[in-house]
Write a protein that binds this ligand. Structure first.
Ligand code: ADP
Ligand code: MG
Length: 349
């Protein structure tokens, strides 16, 4: 039986790296994007570009593939649902609908007894005033935020940012006294069938991921708990594919889930070089129904995100045997934009 043809919605770095993993597995991919300059066009000939609302475009995409996955969770639910009536979309669009909204996402986690920060839905200014117990806090748009976009720190009710647009819905989240952030990347193939990576320790700067490393410097208890929670989440969602759970650890060593990304994740880029099977390969294997192979660590390592003009000094540089440079080949260098990354694996002595 030949491998299925995989449609990927989104043509950023995650779509590009998924395509690379698929190529390695002999799985042909078709990328659908609304960005004519999407970096994935450097990695595939099957590149369809246009407006996601364009029916002809979607039909062309559907006709060319056997199943569909995506690199980002903010694709309108109705588009994914429509595609799913013709070709299977994995992970299931219902999961996306739940996770696209920070409020329903946090409700879901609490319903399955997983700790999150304290939060409240906020529809207007007055509702902030009614929730003084959540201040200092962070106001986050319920939908469409990423890399800290759509977030406002609130130190006091008296100093609300002028730029807050109350046409959007928000959640107000209590600020955590952060000690560390970690993530778990897990790829689920079916009931109680998954491969997962050990906790990855992450450092953010300006709310954008800057560094990731394994092993994470955390206790055995936190390690086990974060893994248990990730398993519980994917089982409960009946998830297929790779998913990332982002966690906070506070100064008292309490663990909280910050958010779930129903897709491959930036903190898992190091798995390309530290493991026999990367998060991208495991995703393609899981959604395409290919063999599940035991995922093993080859080496410890760390990843550095190259953001904005950071990339310039790396292009044309020579690297040591244990350094792996990835250039997303974005046409324009922009501030706060992820342009590439460097993974450094620990040399075995
Ligand atoms: P995004 O969807 O933009 O990734 P997050 O909710 O993950 O948004 O926030 C980005 C980063 O901001 C987090 O990784 C963390 O460093 C910081 N942050 C967010 N919420 C809180 C909080 N409640 N307490 C402390 N730090 C937070
Ligand atoms: Mg985040």
């Amino acid at each position: 039986m030949s491998n299925p043809k995989l449609g990927i919605i989104g043509g950023g770095q995650l779509g590009s790296l998924l395509t690379e993993a698929a190529k390695y597995l002999n799985v042909e991919t078709v990328i659908l994007t609304d960005d004519i300059n999407a970096p994935a066009k450097n990695f595939t000939e099957n590149f369809i570009c246009g407006n996601y609302e364009d029916e002809n475009l979607i039909n062309e995409f559907i006709s060319k593939v056997d199943l569909v996955t995506f690199e980002f969770e903010n694709i309108p639910y109705k588009i994914l649902k429509n595609i799913n009536t013709y070709k299977p979309v994995l992970p299931n669009p219902e999961i996306n609908k739940l996770i696209q909204n920070r409020y329903s996402e946090k409700d879901f986690l609490n319903q399955i007894d997983i700790r999150t920060t304290k939060y409240k839905l906020i529809k207007n200014k007055d509702e902030i005033k009614l929730n003084e117990n959540l201040i200092p806090g962070i106001l986050k748009t319920c939908t469409l935020g990423y890399d800290g976009k759509g977030q406002f720190k609130i130190n006091s009710i008296k100093e609300l940012d002028e730029n807050i647009d109350f046409n959007n819905e928000y959640i107000l989240e209590k600020l955590i006294n952060l000690k560390k952030e970690i993530s778990i990347i897990i790829s689920r193939f079916g009931h109680q069938k998954y491969e997962l990576y050990e906790p990855i320790e992450n450092v953010h700067e300006d709310q954008i991921l800057k560094h990731s490393k394994i092993p994470a410097d955390i206790s055995e208890t936190l390690k086990e708990k974060s893994i248990d929670w990730a398993k519980k989440i994917v089982e409960d969602l009946d998830y297929i594919g790779t998913l990332c759970v982002e966690y906070f650890i506070d100064k008292n060593d309490n663990l909280y889930v910050n958010e779930i990304a129903p897709r491959v994740h930036n903190s898992g880029h190091l798995t390309i070089n530290t493991h026999n099977i990367s998060q991208f390969e495991n995703h393609v294997r899981a959604v395409c129904g290919l063999e599940k192979i035991e995922t093993k660590k080859i080496s410890n390592g760390k990843m550095i995100n190259l953001i904005g003009s950071d990339i310039s000094e790396y292009r044309g540089k020579t690297f040591a045997d244990n350094e792996f440079f990835y250039d997303y080949l974005k046409t324009e260098i922009r501030d706060k934009r992820k342009m590439g990354h460097l993974t450094i694996i620990e040399n075995k002595s």
